[in-house]
Structures are given as structure tokens and as C-alpha cells.
Design a protein around this ligand. Structure first.
Ligand code: F6P
Length: 356
């Protein structure tokens, strides 16, 4: 795959960290090295480009990190990079350090940065690294599986003590505006209620259900709530449940513990395969793409397509307002987004049906 044009590439992690980012860095470095290409590890996301903070990494520099959470390159949400002056500094840093292309690991903000750099002549490939799984073009993001397993482990512990004391625990999970962590951990922990923004959550119905289940001698109750509802929602919900069901109800916000820890097999595997694909795409002369997994196949998708499709899935744009794509492409986006929504709805409905 080696293209003579590429002598040195850069790799960075940006935005919120996610378990598996280190496995992705390792894969990028080793794939490049195998192809005779040097790799600059850029520290602190785009800040490292703006401030010229980086070092060359060889295969041994990324040894023993596949099993570590966090990111050895550190991360940041760099506001200066969003300004034209910051972007220009980043481009100059790339030129000064002879960086011919970049692999940027992070969420949608990271991909917008990659797009800006590509447009100005620095080819970039994005890797989806976020626990939120909120990048619609990919079925899974790096870090999502580990975060969910952390939630499951913690909720299982809460459930033990709820059972002993005949209590309810309302648990708020991360995911930003996306309900993926909530819905799947809700299913996996047998939650009696799952509140996410994507589908209506009927509090009265949940309360009625809990009263009936209490009568049927159920002792532990878990309600999973997405953080998308804002900081007070879960706490108020816990109070209301306690008042209206007579079941003592506690509240737990799992917060950043969900972002750390040893990456699961799935995240290490995904990160390793995606890192390999990113370098392969770059050296094949591709740029402005995000690496995705779709129906178990690792593929590259144009960033503009991925970001537009993402907006469509999140209801931020209507199909008739999409420009720059053919009618066939827009029709495909609409069809795919409907499949995605239906899959999520089906998990939500099944979780609801079997939590009796
Ligand atoms: O995007 C990952 C994420 O952990 C979200 O789930 C959460 O809303 C946000 O980042 C928290 O950001 P910060 O680390 O800046 O508190």
C-alpha cells in the first residue's frame, strides 16, 4: 500500500478520551512503520499541532499500551484550532515537521478538524473514538463497548444492594445526546425503565409498573437515564419515584468512571482493525474519510457524507435540505437512518417488554 508520497504521518487523539484509543495509536504506528513510513505522535489533540508538541514514535514506543485506557498522546478540546489563525499554525507545524498526512482519532468535532486540514492540503483520515457511539455512519465507535461493560458492572453491584434493601436506583449514564449506552446497558441490566431522548419515556407508566411489580414481590428496581435530559432530571425522577411508589429510591451518576479502564476485547479489536485501515487508506492516497464498521465490515466513508448522514439521523437536517449529494445518495441516507432507528427502537421495546 505504500505510496512514495508518504514519508511521515502524524497521529493524534482529540475530544473526550475513550478506552481503546491506545490500541488504535499502536495499530496506526505499527502499520505505518511496516510500510516504511515514520509516525509523529502529536500530544493533546489539535493543540499539539497548534503548539508544535510532538515526538517520533517507533514500534517499541507503543509497546504495552494495547491494554491501557486513556490515551498516551493525551487529548484536548482545542478552541484555538477552531479559529483560522490556529488552523494556519497547525498547517505550518505539519509542513515544518514534514508531516504528509494525519490520522485523527475522536468524535465528530475531530472529524470537522480533519476536514478543515484536508481542505487546506493536509490529507486526513478520522477514526471514531468516543464512548458515546454517536457517530451514525459507524455501527460502533472505539470505547463504547468498554464504557457499557463498566456501566453493567457497576449497575450489577447496585442491584445487589437494591435487592437486599428492596430499593430502586436511578442511574444516570453518559452518551451526551445519544441514548446508545443507556438503551443497551438498560437491556443488559434488566432495568425496569430506560429514559433516552430518542423515544418517549412515560414516567407515569413506569411508576404504575413499579407499583404492580412491588405487589408481585419484586425487590430491586433499576432505572437507567441518559444524561441528555440534563443534570436535574435523574435526581428529580428518583424523588418522584420514591414519593409515588413508596419504594426507597437512590440516585447515582456514573460520570467519568465510564471513560476509563482496561479496554474490552471488542474495543481493542475494533481499534486495531480501524487503525490499520486508516493507514491503508492514507497510503492509498485517500483522504477526508472516516473509518467505520458497518455490518461487521471495516470501511472508509467520506467525512462530509458521514457528518451529513449523522445530522439526518439526529434530526438536525431534513432530507430536502441536504445539498451536495445525489438523489440516490440522499435516498440511501434516508433508508439507512430508518434502519438504524428501527434497530434501536426494537432494542428499546424488547427491553421494556421483558422487564416485568
Ligand atoms: O463524549 C464523551 C463524553 O464523556 C460524553 O458522554 C459526556 O457528555 C462528555 O464527554 C463529558 O465531557 P467532559 O469530559 O468534558 O466532562
Amino acid at each position: 500500500m505504500a505510496d512514495k508520497k508518504f514519508r511521515r504521518i502524524g497521529v493524534l487523539t482529540s475530544g473526550g478520551d475513550a478506552p481503546g484509543m491506545n490500541a488504535a495509536i499502536r495499530s496506526v504506528v505499527r502499520t505505518a512503520v511496516q510500510n516504511g513510513v515514520e509516525v509523529m505522535g502529536i500530544f493533546g489533540g489539535y493543540r499539539g499541532l497548534v503548539e508544535n508538541d510532538m515526538k517520533l514514535l517507533d514500534a517499541r514506543d507503543v509497546a504495552n499500551i494495547i491494554n491501557h485506557g486513556g490515551t498516551m498522546l493525551f487529548t484536548d478540546r482545542c478552541l484555538e484550532f477552531k479559529e483560522e489563525s490556529g488552523l494556519q499554525k497547525a498547517i505550518k507545524t505539519c509542513r515544518d515537521n514534514k508531516i504528509d498526512g494525519l490520522v485523527t482519532i475522536g468524535g465528530d468535532g475531530t472529524f470537522r478538524g480533519a476536514q478543515d486540514l484536508t481542505r487546506r492540503g493536509i490529507p486526513c483520515i478520522g477514526l471514531p473514538g468516543t464512548i458515546d457511539n454517536d457517530i451514525s455512519a459507524t455501527d460502533y465507535t472505539i470505547g463504547y463497548d468498554t464504557a457499557m461493560n463498566t456501566v453493567v458492572e457497576l449497575v450489577d453491584k447496585l442491584r445487589d444492594t437494591c435487592e437486599s434493601h428492596a430499593r430502586c436506583n436511578v442511574v444516570e449514564v453518559m452518551g451526551r445526546n445519544a441514548g446508545y449506552i443507556a438503551i443497551n446497558t438498560g437491556l443488559a441490566t434488566g432495568a425496569v425503565g430506560i429514559a433516552i431522548e430518542e423515544f418517549p419515556f412515560d414516567i407515569d407508566e413506569t411508576i404504575e409498573k413499579m407499583i404492580a411489580l412491588k405487589k408481585a414481590k419484586k425487590r430491586n428496581f433499576i432505572i437507567i437515564v441518559s444524561e441528555a435530559f440534563g443534570p436535574d432530571f435523574s435526581e428529580n425522577l428518583a424523588k418522584r419515584i420514591q414519593d409515588e411508589t413508596g419504594i426507597e429510591t437512590k440516585f447515582a451518576r456514573l460520570a467519568h468512571v465510564q471513560r476509563g479502564g482496561t479496554p474490552t476485547l471488542r474495543d481493542r479489536e475494533l481499534a486495531s482493525l480501524m487503525g490499520y485501515k486508516a493507514v491503508e487508506l492514507l497510503l492509498d492516497g485517500k483522504s477526508n474519510m472516516v473509518v467505520c464498521i458497518h455490518d461487521e465490515v471495516i470501511c472508509g466513508i467520506d467525512i462530509e457524507y458521514a457528518l451529513t448522514y449523522d445530522k439526518l439521523c439526529k434530526g438536525k437536517i431534513k432530507p430536502e435540505d441536504i445539498t451536495g449529494f445525489s438523489d440516490e445518495q440522499i435516498a440511501k441516507m434516508v433508508a439507512d437512518s430508518e434502519i438504524k432507528r428501527q434497530r434501536m427502537l426494537s432494542v428499546y421495546e424488547i427491553a421494556e417488554k421483558i422487564s416485568i
